[in-house]
Design a protein around this ligand. Structure first.
Ligand SMILES: Cc1ncc(COP(=O)(O)O)c(C=O)c1O
Length: 413
């Protein structure tokens, strides 16, 4: 039996191409300690630009080389005879793939539709729910803008009422968060919309407690799991929501433009699909897949991303992402001009974190990070936040984070 470490190493060696374009390097590290060996080998599975240090992996993840290979092989096959190979061959893998994804997400395969991303999944739900004028939806200003737009469109079009929960980030008490949702719920509330991990700061929301509260008040729960799936260790069956969607091109490292949508079995019937199907009010989840021609090559390469994810295991992956977050945060959190919009407590923060520097606008910090340190990160300017989100991935090396630490020390001096 190969150990996990050996497996990662051997597969890295077997899949890497011998020559790569000049702007792209096969990365290796010399200056991290021996305990990091397995992760150094993991890094060899990724082909990353040497033009900058990518600390914005939360936006979209690079795919490890085996996933790229599977995707390219599928594309070649599809191009050899598109209608035959796409519809009659690649698409035949859909049902087994549905089962694998359902097992990972923690639901029944009959509750899961494959689609292109979280935006598509949650828009299907938000537009497809039957709501009456005056019905209320509880949400917060830190939910993702695409979803806020979708709810605002329904408010404008159908006269539903949006009730806003005021969060002060970082939030570090589940009871206090739940109390804020409780305060916003009235007898008119039909839906509570929650984001599991807030993209702005990596804040983890107490979804199960919020879902329990919502259900106790007769409301349904819509979950945005874009940043929690394949990042933190959870199953849908643990959080008990009614609807959820995620993107597989984020933490699962699947091809760009792949996602999935969950709907609790008994609710499928009552949701109108955004793209009509022969029987729009059937209880068959596949009605949400009637979206016309798309890339089956990308969809079926999700299998390879699941293989990769399962070799590591979600516990190890989450542990590593948290380790990387703590590694840089611990070194800068006490600097006089640095403040964090993210919690340092495990229950309330994921592998991403957002900092600000007193007296410097986030856009300016971002520009200096790139110009002076070749660091690509994400500007967070929303509500009261004015900071930089750092989102490393499992291929991120400690020496790259050392550059970040040096940059923050310099900029805040
Ligand atoms: C919380 C959250 N929801 C939804 C999305 C949208 O994801 P996509 O563009 O893949 O639909 C994002 C993207 O960053 C996000 O952070």
């Amino acid at each position: 039996m190969l150990s996990r470490k050996d497996f990662i190493y051997r597969s890295a060696m077997s899949v890497l191409p011998l020559s790569l374009a000049p702007a792209i390097v096969r990365c290796s590290e010399n200056n991290v300690d021996a305990q990091d060996d397995a992760w150094i080998n993991m890094r060899k599975q990724f082909i990353v630009s040497n033009e900058f240090i990518n600390l914005n992996n939360g936006a979209v993840s690079p795919q490890p080389y085996p996933v790229q290979q599977a995707h390219e092989a599928n594309l070649k096959l599809a191009n050899a005879g598109p209608s035959y190979f796409m519809w009659r061959k690649l698409d035949q893998q859909r049902e087994p793939l549905r089962k694998r994804l359902a097992a990972l997400f923690g639901c029944d395969a009959e509750e899961l539709a494959l689609n292109r991303n979280t935006t598509e999944g949650l828009n299907s739900i938000i537009a497809g729910l039957t709501l009456q004028r005056g019905d209320e939806v509880v949400l917060c200003k830190y939910d993702y803008p695409n979803m806020l737009n979708a709810w605002q469109q329904r408010a404008q079009r159908d006269g539903i009422v949006l009730k806003w929960v005021e969060l002060k980030l970082p939030e570090e008490s589940a009871d206090e968060i739940v109390a804020k949702y409780k305060e916003a719920i009235t007898p008119e509330t039909k839906i509570v919309h929650v984001t599991h991990v807030l993209n702005w700061t990596g804040q983890i929301m107490p979804v199960k407690q919020i879902a329990n509260l919502a259900h106790a008040n007769g409301c349904e729960v819509v979950l945005d799991a874009a940043h929690s799936f394949a990042h933190i260790d959870f199953k849908l069956s643990d959080v008990e929501v009614d609807y959820a969607a995620t993107s597989l091109h984020k933490w699962l490292c699947a091809p760009f433009g792949t996602g999935m949508l969950y709907i609790r079995k008994e609710k499928i019937k009552s949701i109108w699909p955004a793209f009509a199907s022969p029987d729009s009010l059937t209880g068959n989840i596949r009605k949400f897949e009637n979206i016309g021609t798309r890339s089956f090559a990308a969809e079926m390469a999700i299998n390879s991303a699941i293989d990769f994810h399962e070799i590591i295991g979600i516990q190890k992956k989450e542990e590593r992402l948290r380790y990387l977050k703590n590694y840089w945060c611990e070194q800068v959190k006490s600097l006089p001009k640095i403040h964090f919009y993210s919690s340092m407590k495990k229950e309330y923060c994921s592998g991403m974190a957002t900092f600000g520097i007193q007296g410097i606008d986030a856009t300016q910090i971002d520009t200096r990070l790139m110009n002076e340190f070749k660091i690509h990160a994400s500007v967070v300017k929303v509500e009261q936040l004015n900071g930089i989100r750092i989102s490393p991935h499992i291929y991120t090396s400690l020496s790259e984070l050392d550059v970040l630490v040096k940059a923050i020390k310099t900029l805040s001096a």
